[in-house]
Design a protein around this ligand. Structure first.
Ligand SMILES: [Zn+2]
Length: 569
């Protein structure tokens, strides 16, 4: 057996991958805001444009924006220091005076301003502010002290895992939209905050299945096959059929890539683990299934490859109970041409259509995944969702034809005091405001690896339907505070911006502003550091708003296919 060669190839491939990963990490590490502040303007501009080309994400550019701002004039800095000091001094705190004084200050201006403040008052500016204002108020109102970029994400992750229990939803939201390019900077920021390794903490706090649902740590392409082989050797007893299925009929090149991924992910050689776990007869069988495991110099088994896979599929489905892991591994990351050959071999072997047997033996997400592995477009439908405690997040979800469509049906109910002639115009205005914001959001899903549909647009339909509504819109004449509990409660004076926010609740999104005592309620997921999001007090979209849709598509995606929420325009 060409064990030495398998090890060598695995090692070489893994080293190459390391090298390319390291480049990304170095690029992301360069987001060193204090360091950049000291650089000359030319270097700053070059570094920033290189980063945007390389990492290309809004979070990084947001983190860097302050470094490009002009510094404060001496007189201005002096005045701001006076105003702030006056605001924090004595009885009570004049929040408004502090906020307006600090309004023009960016994070990049802080060292200068702190120096002026210390010179005048022999005190620390940031300490004085933190003594007098609570952290949420600071995050919401003082841009210079606001968490941003990778550090904001690291903070969310830290909070989600701190103390008793873990807030899984908060972890998923924090990492929503994060890809390989952004991860190193977030991991570094997390270590800076906690002294811990992010991945290790996540693996500690989440069970294996939950951890593997984090898109940025999910196995892409052939990495998924390496994971399937590892699962098969790691579990209670060895699942030989899954090993055979995963490796049968793979080309030499594919086996090399799987072995390299295995070494990179688990730190051990796949061939060594296989020799440990399989007896000699089983290793001999593996050699007949895949040419890579055949003895040196022996003829490859390429011509029989599809049959080898078909045999594994038949064995996995035969008898009582189905070995889902083995079916999944056998079909994992096969090319369209491979799939055609495997289906033909299965028909020749069993006299039955593979698809028919899969439908007989599998159900739910397992079946959807297997059909997706055959290259069939996935179809997921869910009607009348309940995302938030039977109160909000009510719509129909469909993933079909490679696109996500959300449908929310509304019924308008006007209180008697709303003049009749104002009702239709309000309806039109409400529907327009909700549609303009949500119908074609500038975010969608992008799948990496073995995805039948790599680019998945998201469309959100806002319909009026009196007969069968998801939500009733209750409209009053008098101004009132808008809210969504069982109904969408608004008044005819509600602004378009607020309508867009309230409709976010229909989509299952929580309030992100600092709501005082209301923060305790389950519809709050505060992001005081992010006042410009739609679910806070602004109008901007966030990747996390689409996380529940991504999770629905991902649940039935084949292994090796990983969906991220991405900005599409
Ligand atoms: Zn709200």
């Amino acid at each position: 057996m060409a064990v030495e060669r398998l090890r060598q190839e695995a090692f070489e491939l893994q080293s190459e991958q390391r090298a390319s990963k390291a480049t990304v990490a170095a690029g992301a590490r360069a987001v060193d805001v204090p360091g950049l502040m000291q650089a000359d303007p030319g270097t700053r501009a070059r570094t920033m444009s290189a980063l945007q080309r390389g990492a290309g994400n809004a979070a990084i550019s947001r983190a860097l924006r302050p470094t490009l701002a002009r510094t404060l004039g001496a007189e201005q800095a002096d005045h701001i220091a006076e105003e702030v000091h006056d605001g924090v001094e004595g009885w009570g705190t004049d929040e408004d005076q502090i906020y307006s004084a600090m309004a023009p200050v960016t994070a990049a201006d802080l060292p200068q301003l702190s120096g002026v403040y210390r010179g005048k008052f022999d005190a620390d500016l940031v300490e004085d502010l933190r003594d007098d204002l609570d952290e949420d108020a600071i995050q919401a109102n003082i841009a210079a002290l606001r968490r941003s970029g990778p550090d904001a994400t690291a903070y969310e992750l830290q909070e989600a895992m701190e103390g008793l229990g873990t807030d899984e939803g908060r972890i998923y939201r924090a990492l929503s939209g994060v890809g390989d390019a952004e991860l190193p900077a977030i991991e570094a920021a997390y270590t800076a905050r906690t002294g811990n390794n992010l991945r290790a903490d996540l693996e500690d706090e989440l069970n294996t299945e939950e951890f593997r649902r984090l898109p940025v740590y999910q196995a892409i392409g052939l990495d998924a096959v390496a994971q399937q082989v590892h699962d098969a050797v790691e579990g209670m007893g060895t699942d030989e059929n899954a090993i055979y299925g995963a490796l049968a009929g793979r080309t030499q090149e594919a086996i090399d890539q799987i072995a390299a991924a295995y070494l990179r992910m688990y730190g051990t050689f796949m061939i060594d683990d296989l020799i440990d776990d399989l007896n000699e007869d089983e290793m001999a069988r593996l050699a007949t299934l895949s040419p890579a495991f055949a003895p040196e110099g022996a003829a490859g088994a390429d011509s029989g490859a599809p049959t080898a896979v078909a045999v594994q599929l038949r064995d996995a489905m035969e008898g009582i109970g189905t070995n889902e892991a083995a079916v999944c591994a056998a079909l994992s990351n096969r090319s369209p041409a491979d799939i055609v050959a495997i289906k033909a071999a299965y028909l020749a072997l069993t006299g039955r259509e593979l698809e028919v047997d899969l439908r007989d033996d599998l159900s739910g997400d397992d079946l959807q995944r297997a059909l997706a592995q055959l290259g069939m477009a996935q179809t997921i439908t869910e009607t009348d969702t309940e995302l938030g405690g039977l109160m909000f997040g009510n719509f129909d979800f469909s993933f079909s034809g490679g696109a996500v469509t959300v449908t929310a049906r509304l019924k308008f109910e006007f209180r008697d005091d709303v003049p009749v002639d104002e009702r239709d115009p309000f309806k039109t205005r409400f529907l327009n405001a909700a549609r303009t914001t949500w119908e074609h959001p500038p975010f969608g899903l992008h799948g990496e690896g073995a995805c039948p549909t790599p680019d998945v647009p998201v469309e959100i339909q806002v319909l009026e339907d009196d007969a069968n509504p998801h939500k009733v819109v209750d409209v009053t004449n008098d101004e009132r505070r808008e809210h969504v509990i069982i109904e969408v409660n608004v008044s005819k004076h509600t602004t378009d911006k607020t309508i867009a926010h309230e409709f976010g609740h229909v989509l299952g999104l929580c309030d992100e502003y600092d709501g005082g005592f209301e923060n305790l309620m389950f519809w709050h997921e505060n992001r005081a550091d992010d006042p410009t999001g739609i679910m806070n007090n602004g109008t901007e979209y966030r990747a996390r708003y689409f996380e529940s849709l991504r999770q629905r598509v991902q649940a039935a995606a084949p292994p090796g296919c990983v969906y991220h929420v991405v900005r599409t325009r």
